[in-house]
Design a protein around this ligand. Structure first.
Ligand code: ACO
Length: 270
């Protein structure tokens, strides 16, 4: 267990449980938290005992978005340079998370607003509590959904829903978020950790080189033409082979020669 103020984490059975840790401030993201989160991501990324990273929040919130006092007001008071630095630090760890070496799951236990959509989108999968509340509340205090939040909803949910969500600032619950595909699924809060652990265990059984290649491929090809994607995917697999050619050969061997598993029904034994 390691706790350093704004971010807490512990690693149990291959899963790094990372938590926004400002429950009294509903886990809103201050520059301090953003710097700390980047350091935690650095620390965990290549640890051998970490196979999956789960991002959740302490207390009633996942994250209430950017810290209106410390991220906006106080940095703006210090001028453009400070504002740009605060943006770099926030966007920096979200980008880092989008292309993280290990598979990532957002476990959305409560409030998720505005800037929170950055790390939400950055995680490969997202499982929410039905009781969680999601909102692009920017419009409620007088700005547009920046920091990528508008892009997140347009990428993930249908345009009419994205427009309504952004313009009204109305919060939706976890069930609705799953219906809109902002998250993969929603389950009652009481069963949230259990469900996330189940999914993490499935990921832990997979070949980690193939998982990293797969998650990056899904994000990359989304913006490519079919032909570009076809070409990219050939090259991506060949690059993955240079790290782990034995893994896939073993996967073929266990199926074709040993007949010990069926790839259509589960993972080979590593
Ligand atoms: N920035 C700064 N402080 C915040 C934030 C925030 N985003 N969210 C909560 N806090 C602080 C409150 O000011 C309060 O501080 P205090 O105890 O010193 O008075 C404390 O956290 C607890 O907040 P409450 O409002 O009392 O908590 P409650 O559980 O009743 O409500 C809720 C939770 C709905 C999340 C509410 O705090 C809220 O609306 N927060 C702002 C959400 C938001 O719009 N975020 C910005 C999105 S836009 C963007 O990120 C770019």
């Amino acid at each position: 267990m390691s706790t350093d103020d704004t971010v807490a984490f512990d690693v149990v059975d291959g899963i790094a449980w990372v938590r926004f840790n400002r429950p009294d401030k509903r886990n809103c993201m201050s520059p301090t938290l953003n710097r700390r989160m980047m350091a935690v991501l650095d620390e965990l990324e290549f640890r051998e005992d970490v196979g999956v990273l789960v991002l959740s929040g302490e207390g009633s919130a996942w994250s209430a978005g950017m810290d209106l006092k410390e991220y906006f007001r106080e940095t703006e008071e210090r001028g453009l340079g400070a504002t740009r630095q605060a943006q770099r630090e926030a966007y920096g760890w979200w980008r880092r998370l989008r292309w993280y070496q290990k598979p990532t799951i957002a476990m959305v236990n409560g409030w998720c607003f505005g800037g929170g959509y950055g790390p939400l989108y950055a995680c490969d999968l997202a499982i929410a509590a039905e009781e969680a509340k999601f909102g692009l509340s920017e419009i409620n205090w007088g700005i547009l959904p920046g920091g990528g939040a508008t892009k997140v909803v347009v990428d993930l949910i249908p345009l009419r829903d994205a427009m309504y969500h952004a313009m009204t600032g109305e919060a939706i619950d976890g069930k609705k978020a799953a219906e809109w595909r902002l998250v993969n699924e929603a389950v009652p809060l009481a069963g949230l950790k259990h469900r996330v652990t189940e999914i993490a265990k499935v990921l832990l059984e997979k070949n980690p080189v193939a998982l990293k290649a797969t998650k990056d491929a899904v994000r990359r090809v989304k913006e490519m033409t079919y032909d570009n994607a076809e070409d990219f995917l050939v090259r991506a697999q060949e690059a993955a082979n240079s790290y782990d050619n034995d893994g896939r050969k073993e996967g073929i061997r266990q199926f074709i020669d040993e007949k010990s598993y069926k790839p259509g029904l589960g993972a080979y034994k590593r």
